[in-house]
Design a protein around this ligand. Sequence first.
Ligand code: AMP
Length: 312
Amino acid sequence: MPDSLLIVGSVAYDNVETPGGRVENALGGSALFGAAAASLFAPVHLVGIVGTDFDRAGIAFLEERGVDLTGLETAEGNTFRWTGVYEDDMNNRRTLATELNVFANFAPRIPDRYRGDRIVFLGNIAPRLQLHVLDQMAGPEWVALDTMDMWIRDAADDLACVLKRVHMVVINDSEARALTGKTNLAVAARSILDMGPRAVVVKKGEHGVLLAVEGEFAVLPALPLETVVDPTGAGDSFAGGMLGYIAATGDVTVSGLRRALAYGTAAASLAVEDYSFNRLRGARREALDERYRWLRSISFLPDPHDQERHNA
Ligand code: AMP
């Protein structure tokens, strides 16, 4: 029986503009993207907050997949709303508006039956709230944390505290540089390890990911997709896929983490092929296994001695 994965993060309505089109009121947020990916591997416990305007019918598929939504609180007011626009290369995005609404008063309450969960994803929320979540847990074995520039800038002390209490940091390249002041990503990853966690994953968008764990590095490319509709949620789907796999296997050895990274990459590749989690909604585990095989085939490096043998 796989472990349950606890996911705490934002639940949002997103307005997104890409060079190819736009959507309004699309379901999003770190918790929902994370759950949409992770639930393909393991049971998910979700903690977040929505307003009275939130239509739960849009996430009924998560319940059908066994996601427990007891921890999704409804408060008077509107759901968190994010508006962003992507530049032509789809790698850079600008936030046009962040309307916190009910998210401004979010104080995550972990239901009793989630408190013993062994795997935890702390999505991008205030580090103070991430600490509050950990204070309610019985002693999880693997906690992964995401964060963003705003917290690195405005909540550095809380972030330093929570970094000492997590096992893994999942962060993008510009955030890794902002957090450490190091331009070189390998150096930045090592200095994040010095802040407390056992493993760091630096996400580099279409250029893949860098893992630093126990003094070693591993790299994985992103899949060379020819259709990218909307990169929103790629990072959270990556984290969800990776942690869902860890919850399913309990394997946090270096090779287990490499496999988890590949499943995260597979989940992210599905997420970006449509708006919101439209693609992940209909996906099955087999689609991720197929992408895993594709990633493996494009990452394969022949043994250089094979050439010598060929010439002999
Ligand atoms: P990603 O593309 O994986 O980095 O995550 C995109 C999601 O993050 C969107 O669905 C947004 O709703 C959500 N988001 C954007 N800004 C914030 C914020 N300040 N706090 C929490 N979630 C956010």
